[in-house]
Design a protein around this ligand. Structure first.
Ligand SMILES: Cc1cc2nc3c(=O)[nH]c(=O)nc-3n(C[C@H](O)[C@H](O)[C@H](O)COP(=O)(O)O)c2cc1C
Length: 368
């Protein structure tokens, strides 16, 4: 049985009864019970006082919905396209590092679940499975998240691999010139697993240091600036999306520089603590972009109504970070599939109750 295999391959035992999970918010406390405390801390935590982590949820509670009545919602259509690629629902898998921390099949299980759900996985540079293998599991539904290395030669080699493997877009993370101060990580003594190697990092590269921050600093170029975008574009034919944009002026500049999209993101509150909640940053960014590029958003999306609020404020689609890792930890591929199924069901009901038969019906007037 697939279920048993998923559990067997779960590093920490998973849970027996995935069917009992009723919503995405229930995943975190369940995962806390099965994961080693330092792995849980690494995934759940954020920077410093974790104000931006907390605000990601609170910001959705501050917005009220204004549903329309007497609309024919007998048939609902949740499908959309982003960068010309089809999505069954307006959500993608956010890039998160090291899925092997929670499951033996790691990124392969996540990619297979995303593919089956008609979604797209954004694979982290710091994945524990090489991009080639994940691309095969994702069957074309793969984008790649890039950290630009200090070593531009290694970055160019990686970009060639990524394109060759069949990834369809490049998501360049721009909110991490250095790693945020993860105090919860320090308190729990979070370090890289023994023998850890990021297979997307050139094999003869630096050997990992103990702490993630040190490893990150040894690899990633803190001098990256707007000037480097032209260089990046010359290295790849893939559309480029900038992840971590929180201001209209940066979004406008990104569009002027020819990027295909932006992700409004605080990196899950793991970088600058005190950064504005993404749902609050979104309206000015959507206005600045003015349909000239894709606008995506992540951070704290846990409910179907959160997706509606994000689309109402101008996002084309949203990304899910931690819930996917919790699902993977609890039930491997089936656990991730459960995350998609739960959110899909919630979005479907929320659309009906808001009087929206199609995603295009979700407009700014729906929220206050
Ligand atoms: C454990 C973990 C690892 C992450 N690793 C990366 C990464 O390698 N690259 C990246 O751009 N963002 C990374 N992120 C940020 C996510 O892409 C995303 O912005 C964030 O998790 C969204 O918020 P949510 O977890 O509330 O859904 C990571 C987040 C988590 C929780």
């Amino acid at each position: 049985m697939a279920h048993d295999r998923d559990r067997d391959e779960s590093l920490h035992g998973g849970i027996a009864d995935l069917d009992a999970v009723g919503n995405l918010l229930q995943l975190e406390p369940l995962a806390r019970r099965v994961l080693p405390p330092e792995v849980f801390a690494y995934i759940a935590g954020g920077a410093c006082d974790e104000r931006t982590v907390a605000d990601a949820r609170a910001s959705y509670d501050r917005l009220a919905l204004r549903p329309r009545v007497l609309v024919d919602v007998a048939r609902r259509d949740r499908a959309t396209t982003v960068l010309g690629m089809p999505l069954a629902n307006p959500f993608l898998v956010a890039p998160t590092a090291m899925h092997a921390l929670v499951h033996r099949r790691a990124e392969l299980a996540t990619a297979a679940a995303a593919r089956e759900a008609g979604s797209i996985m954004v694979l982290s540079t710091l994945s524990t499975t090489p991009v080639e293998a994940v691309a095969a599991a994702a069957g074309g539904a793969l984008w790649f998240q890039l950290y630009v290395y200090r070593d531009r030669g290694a970055t160019a080699e990686l970009l060639a691999r990524v394109q060759q493997a069949g990834a369809r877009a490049l998501v360049v993370t721009v909110d991490a010139p250095m790693l945020g101060l993860r105090e919860r990580d320090r308190a729990h003594g979070v370090s890289l697993p023994p023998g850890f190697r990021a297979p997307n990092v050139r094999a003869d590269g630096e050997s990992p240091a103990e702490a993630l921050g040190t490893y990150f600093a040894s690899l990633v170029d803190p001098s990256l600036s707007w000037r480097d975008l032209a260089w990046l574009r010359a290295q790849t034919e893939l559309p480029i999306v900038l992840k971590g944009v929180l201001r209209a002026d940066d979004a406008a500049r990104a569009v002027a520089e020819g990027v295909a999209g932006v992700v409004v993101s605080t990196h899950g509150g793991r970088q600058l603590d005190g950064a504005i909640a993404t749902i609050d940053a979104l309206p000015e960014i959507a206005e600045a972009v003015a349909e000239r590029a894709a606008v995506l958003l992540d951070g704290g999306i846990r409910r179907g109504t959160d997706v509606i609020k994000a689309l109402a404020r101008g996002a084309d689609a949203v990304l899910l970070g931690r819930p996917v890792l919790w699902g993977l930890a609890l039930g491997g591929q089936r656990g991730v599939a459960k995350v998609f199924a739960l959110l899909e069901r919630e979005l479907d009901v929320a659309m009906a109750l808001c009087g929206c038969a199609r995603l295009d019906d979700i407009d700014a007037s729906l929220v206050r």
